[in-house]
Design a protein around this ligand. Structure first.
Ligand SMILES: C[S@@+](CC[C@H](N)C(=O)[O-])C[C@H]1O[C@@H](n2cnc3c(N)ncnc32)[C@H](O)[C@@H]1O
Length: 271
C-alpha cells in the first residue's frame, strides 16, 4: 500500500480518523502510565524508563526493518500512531516499546516468552539484547495456520502466518543470533525448556489467553523466575487470571493498559 491508497482508505473511514485522533490525545497520559509502571517494577527512575522508551522509538533503522517486513506480508501502512495505545491495550508497538525498555533496564541473561508470531515483541526484546551486548531470548510458539496466499490485515498477523513463512516472521534477520524459537504447544514445550534453563530473569506470556492457560503458564514459569526477576503478561483484561495469580503469590501489580507486570520478591524461594 502506498501513501495515496492509505489516504484514500483513511478518508473513506471517518471512524478510523477519529480513532487515530483519540490515540494521539491519550498518548501523553498512557506514556506516563507506562513509565510509572516500569519505574515501580524495576526501581529505575521515571526519566530512565522514558529514556529507553524514546531510544527505541527513535531507532529508525530498526523500526523501518520491522515495519518493512510487515509491509511485505500484510496490508499495513506505517503511521506514528502505531506507537500509541487505546485504553483496551490494542496497539501495534506501545507494549513492545515497554518490553524493550524493560530489557534495557534489567539487562537479563535469559528471557522466555510464549507466543511469537508475528514477532513484534521478540524483535523489540532482541534489539534491546543486542544493545545490551548480552542475553538470550527463547520463544515458545505454536505458529498460527497459514493464510494460504490471502492478504492479511495488520491485526490478522497474530492469527495467520503469511504463506511460506513461520514463527517470528517480522523479526529482522540481523537480530536472530540471540534468539531460539521452540516450535510447538507451550503445554508440551514450556516445562522442559524451563527445566533445561534452570533459572530465568524474565518470563512473558503472550500465547493462549484463556484463563486456564494463562494460570497454567504463570504457575509453571514462576518457580523458574529468579528472585528479583519479572513475570509479565500481555492481554490481562480478558479474564481475571493475572490478578488471581498475583494475589495468590502476594505480588505487587505494576500493570498498565492490557499489560501485567510484577516482580518476584528477592526473598521468595520457588513461589
Ligand atoms: C498474540 S500472538 C503473539 C504476538 C507476539 N508476541 C508478537 O508481539 O508479535 C499469540 C501467538 O501465540 C501462539 N499460540 C497460541 N496458543 C499457543 C500455545 N498453546 N502454545 C504456544 N503458542 C501458542 C499463536 O499461534 C500466536 O502465534
Amino acid at each position: 500500500m502506498n501513501w495515496i491508497e492509505a489516504a484514500g482508505i483513511a478518508l473513506r473511514r471517518p471512524r478510523m480518523i477519529a480513532n487515530r485522533a483519540r490515540l494521539m490525545l491519550q498518548y501523553g497520559r498512557f506514556r506516563r502510565l507506562r513509565n510509572d509502571s516500569l519505574s515501580r517494577l524495576t526501581g529505575a527512575s521515571i526519566a530512565e524508563a522514558d529514556h529507553f522508551c524514546g531510544e527505541v522509538e527513535h531507532d529508525r533503522g530498526f523500526t523501518a526493518d520491522v515495519r518493512g517486513r510487515y509491509r511485505e506480508h500484510v496490508r499495513y501502512f506505517p503511521f506514528p500512531t502505531d506507537f500509541m495505545v487505546a485504553p483496551d491495550g490494542s496497539t501495534m508497538f506501545f507494549s513492545c516499546v515497554a518490553l524493550y525498555a524493560l530489557t534495557r533496564i534489567v539487562r537479563p541473561e535469559r528471557i522466555v516468552e510464549t507466543g511469537g508470531t508475528p514477532g513484534k515483541s521478540s524483535s523489540f526484546i532482541l534489539r534491546a539484547l543486542e544493545r545490551n551486548g548480552a542475553g538470550h531470548l527463547w520463544t515458545v510458539d505454536l505458529a498460527p495456520p497459514s493464510a494460504d496466499g490471502r492478504e492479511l490485515n495488520p491485526c490478522e498477523g497474530h492469527s495467520f502466518t503469511p504463506h511460506g513463512l513461520t514463527s517470528g516472521w517480522a523479526i529482522p534477520s540481523a537480530l536472530l543470533e540471540r534468539h531460539t524459537v521452540v516450535s510447538g504447544d507451550a503445554r508440551e514445550k514450556l516445562p522442559p525448556l524451563l527445566q533445561s534453563l534452570g533459572s530465568i530473569d524474565i518470563f512473558i506470556h503472550d500465547s493462549d489467553h484463556s484463563h486456564e492457560h494463562m494460570m497454567w503458564e504463570f504457575e509453571v514459569a514462576f518457580p523458574y523466575v529468579r528472585p528479583g526477576g519479572v513475570i509479565w503478561s500481555d492481554d490481562i483484561l480478558g479474564n481475571s487470571a493475572w490478578p488471581h495469580f498475583c494475589r495468590s503469590h502476594g505480588l505487587e501489580q505494576c500493570d498498565f493498559t492490557s499489560q501485567g507486570a510484577a516482580r518476584k520478591r528477592e526473598s521468595s524461594f520457588g513461589r
